[in-house]
Design a protein around this ligand. Structure first.
Ligand SMILES: Nc1nc2c(ncn2[C@@H]2O[C@H](COP(=O)(O)OP(=O)(O)OP(=O)(O)O)[C@@H](O)[C@H]2O)c(=O)[nH]1
Length: 330
């Protein structure tokens, strides 16, 4: 690599440039264009948030919270609302600490989503991250439908230096899962990561296959902590919500991996997802390399979105390793 890689926060901020142009500029113009905080002001603000892919539910909650604060704090100037709005969005997106318990427990993580959203890449990145944290990781390549998927995952497994099971084109995905679960138990693996197909002959088959895999894990490994992480492509906007709802019908979704947040104009979808689906965004991806996936942090995300300088806001409650990496690299 010719130039030194920037810290995650800097990459996130850069990645959110288009989203920022989309949302924050509009918000700023409302704050500077209105001389009073009235119904028109709130309406205009709502419109910009909704247009910015933040979604109706989240927008309503954010604006309601803002109204309440304006009243309580006796604020008169629209410009004084900006910080309150930022805080309100952060609150809306907070992820509970327990969301990452599975990282420390014996767990089986099934990674699901439509094809091309970044499942294989995310499994590889997550494997590397957990391995670095000292966890014993095993990858199961249950996407046996797409010819190159197994090879692609094998490459990630070797990059992350973790073993992989399965990956043979045409093999029965459920039997790959069965083998992987039993290997995980026999080898005392901490985290089993399962990459699944995003496409089969038809949608019904795909959903049936997922159900079957779920049943096998439940039956063979009832004591493991279960996670079903859906991967959503941040550039698809509202369609990501539709996908999550569909997969939610066959698997109990416990979290979201939001990928391709580098260069999307629709980054506001992160806010919408959290409030519409009540499923937390646990990781975000801002590029194609192993260090480009990080835990989602609402503070960091909203600051990056609004271009708030991290130093200006004092100590952040980032997970330890992220905090160190960013300060060192920047
Ligand atoms: N820019 C960017 N590209 C990403 C990110 N995550 C994944 N990609 C790219 O998206 C493309 C698809 O990723 P895959 O991991 O193959 O997607 P998949 O969901 O496994 O696809 P199927 O195996 O077809 O179901 C690849 O070119 C990845 O490099 C990200 O965070 N940012």
């Amino acid at each position: 690599m010719s130039e030194e890689k920037k810290g995650f926060f800097a990459r996130l901020k850069e990645g959110l440039t288009k989203t920022r142009d989309n949302i924050v500029r509009g918000i700023d113009s409302v704050f500077s264009g209105f001389s009073a905080i009235d119904d028109d002001f709130y309406e205009e603000l709502e419109e910009i948030l909704i247009m910015g892919d933040i979604g109706v539910n989240a927008t309503t909650a954010i604006v309601e919270r803002l109204k309440q604060q304006v009243k309580e704090k006796h604020i008169k100037e629209p410009s004084e609302c900006k910080q309150l709005l930022i805080e309100s969005i952060k609150e809306q997106m907070q992820v509970d600490e327990t969301a990452y318990d599975f990282e420390k427990e014996q767990s089986v993580i099934m990674v699901i989503g439509v094809n091309g959203v970044g499942k294989t890449t995310s499994v590889g990145k997550l494997a590397g991250k957990l391995k670095d944290e000292g966890r014993k990781v095993l990858i199961a390549a249950a996407d046996t439908f797409r010819a190159a998927a197994g090879d692609q995952l094998a490459e990630w497994a070797s990059r992350a230096d973790v073993p992989m099971i399965g990956g043979k084109e045409g093999a029965d995905p459920a039997s790959v899962v069965f083998d992987a679960v039993n290997a995980a138990k026999a080898r005392g693996v901490d985290v089993l990561l399962i990459d699944t197909a995003g496409r089969l002959h038809n949608k019904k088959n795909l959903m049936e296959e997922l159900r079957k895999m779920n049943r096998i894990i439940d039956k063979e490994f009832p004591n493991a902590h279960r996670e079903n992480l859906i991967v959503l492509d941040g550039t698809t906007g509202q369609n990501a919500l539709v996908q999550a709802r569909e997969f939610g019908e066959v698997a109990d979704l416990t979290g979201i991996i939001l990928t391709k947040m580098d260069g999307t104009a629709k980054g506001g979808i992160a806010v919408a997802i959290q409030s519409e689906l009540k499923v937390p965004v646990k990781y975000i991806g801002v590029g194609e390399t192993i260090e480009d996936l990080q835990k989602f942090n609402s503070e960091e995300f909203v600051n990056a979105l609004f271009d708030v300088n991290m130093e200006d806001i004092g100590e952040l409650h980032l997970p330890e390793n992220e905090q160190q990496t960013d300060t060192q690299e920047e």
